[in-house]
Design a protein around this ligand. Structure first.
Ligand code: BES
Ligand code: ZN
Ligand code: ZN
Length: 492
């Protein structure tokens, strides 16, 4: 994808040259040293047609070549996210013209290092160079999607260019997570997630996959995963995908991902309007797999293990029943008060199993867990809950860096009242709608060993969008992969 051209003067002929501009007081001003070329392409600026507003684009022709003037907005306080968004706009512009090769002049900016700027350009660009076409036939034959193939990055240092190359690897994990969330629920089954884990093992050095079947899950007595699975005609699976980037170290970060391949709600069936996007309910699992792909592609010198409990939450005569009690892997009994609160059940078994068997240094779980988090934080911010201040702060910082933002919700004991059961050790959900995301997390907390740092990310709002937003497409966003890589890189 990316090629390096050190100086503007050394650029070759290109189907499209993207030139960034700041919004200046006396009209737009070039955001990188482009010498006399600035004068050559000044017509739209002189006419006041192009102002340099953030993500503003104006196409201009110079010597028979296309030049895209790209606005970056105010020079004074530049956010990396603004750069991502601007270069996302440039990518979509190029795609709309079916341009497949182009060149980008990398902006200069005093607020951020050249490495960070180049990374943000690459991120905005590559995150926008995605299309999910597997389920189209007619439209795709008529008008095949053209993605951008090569981009010359002009004017950055060698070191900064490495950041762009690095992101080419990370984005593989993001694309995989998006593809899996966008795929048909009848294709992306628990078995398919297992097959994907095996493919990742084959492709990357240092990766080992174990895909456990229903027999193994029964032997391990994961009563909650099995309960959720009863309404489905497909077996559950329990996937453990390990990447050892630092075999000498005992430190291991475990990413647990909710893998409900379709959530009908079970006997507490979801109504029309709430079920249609529920193929996305394995986005936590997708994030866990994507994280391993990204970490292994980068050859990150860290150990990461993905743990994925996966099943459909279907509906059938054999479905698990509201009012019945099931025994978890940990031994605690759980009264099912709502079969639609299934994510916390399969995660409970996975968290307890992870604590007992993997000696985790920290656990981060990703789950499309509650509609309540969408009400609280919308689709730009994931809910963060947990038991360890340090881990929460590290995730918050990684969220700010990547703009995969997370925001804390409190796990006060008072909320635990909601989960009291008269017939079992604990109920899987409260009766009212109060503090729904928090009670879900408090349920999970019961299954995590006290001395293991644990954080839970509720990605129900951020994993799957109703409409595209800048570089995040409609449908699966692949949220969590960039966040996890940033977190892992920052670990000392
Ligand atoms: N998978 C859903 C949560 C969800 C909602 C994901 C919207 C993505 C978008 C989860 O299993 C669920 O159904 N949660 C219930 C919990 C309730 C029964 C306590 C909810 O949020 O309504
Ligand atoms: Zn549900
Ligand atoms: Zn669910």
């Amino acid at each position: 994808m990316f090629k390096h051209i050190e100086q503007f003067a050394k650029r070759g002929k290109t189907p499209l040259l993207v030139v960034p501009f700041w919004k200046g007081k006396k009209g737009a001003e070039a955001a990188a040293p482009i010498g006399a070329f600035e004068k050559e392409i000044s017509t739209p600026i002189d006419h006041g047609d192009f102002k340099g507003d953030l993500s503003e684009t104006t196409l201009y022709y110079n010597n028979g070549s296309r030049v895209l003037l790209l606005g970056l907005g105010d020079k004074e306080k530049v956010l990396l996210e603004s750069l991502r968004n601007a270069f996302s706009a440039a990518c979509f512009f190029a795609r709309s013209k079916k341009i497949v090769d182009l060149s980008i002049v990398i902006p200069d900016c005093k607020d951020h290092s050249a490495e960070k700027i180049t990374a943000a350009v690459a991120e905005g660009f590559l995150l926008s160079n995605y299309s999910f076409d597997q389920l189209k036939s007619e439209a795709i034959k008529k008008e095949p999607t053209q993605l951008i193939k090569t981009v010359d990055l002009i004017g950055c240092s060698k070191k900064a260019f490495e950041e762009a190359k690095k992101f080419e690897k990370i984005v593989k994990g993001v694309y995989l997570a998006r593809d899996l969330a966008n795929g048909n629920a009848d294709d992306i089954t628990p078995q398919e997630l297992g097959r994907q884990a095996k493919l990742i093992e084959k492709e990357f050095e240092g990766v080992k996959a174990q895909v456990h079947d229903k027999k193994w899950i029964e032997k391990e007595k994961m009563g909650l995963l099995l309960a959720v699975n009863r309404g489905s005609n497909r077996d559950p699976a329990f996937i453990v995908l390990e990447y050892k980037g630092n075999p000498k170290s005992k430190d291991v970060t475990v990413v647990v991902g909710k893998g409900v391949t379709y959530d009908t709600g079970g006997l507490n069936l979801k109504p029309t309007g709430f079920m249609e996007t529920m193929k996305c309910d394995m986005s936590g699992a997708a994030c866990a797999l994507g994280t391993i792909v990204a970490a292994a592609s980068l050859k990150l010198k860290k150990n990461v293990t993905a743990v994925i409990p996966t099943t459909e939450n279907g509906i059938d005569a054999t479905s698990y029943k509201p009012g019945d009690v099931y025994t978890s892997y940990l031994g605690k009994t759980v009264e099912i008060t709502n079969t639609d609160a299934e994510g916390r059940l399969i995660l409970a078994d996975a968290l307890a199993w992870t604590c007992k068997n993997l000696k985790p240094s920290r656990i981060i779980d990703f789950a499309t867990l509650t509609g309540a988090v969408v009400v609280a934080l919308g689709d730009d911010v994931s809910g963060l809950m947990g038991t360890n201040k340090g881990l929460e702060e590290a995730l918050f910082k990684a969220g700010e860096e990547t703009c995969e933002r997370v925001w804390p919700l409190p796990l006060y004991d008072v909320f635990f009242e909601h989960l009291k059961s008269d017939v079992a050790d604990i109920a899987n959900c409260g009766t009212g709608r109060q503090a729904g995301s928090i009670t879900a997390a408090l349920f999970l907390k019961e299954f995590v060993e006290k001395d293991v740092p644990w954080a839970h990310l509720d990605i129900a709002g951020t994993a799957f969008l109703k409409g595209a937003k800048n570089y995040r497409p409609k449908g699966g966003t692949g949220v969590g992969v960039r966040l996890m890589i940033e977190l892992l890189e920052n670990l000392s």
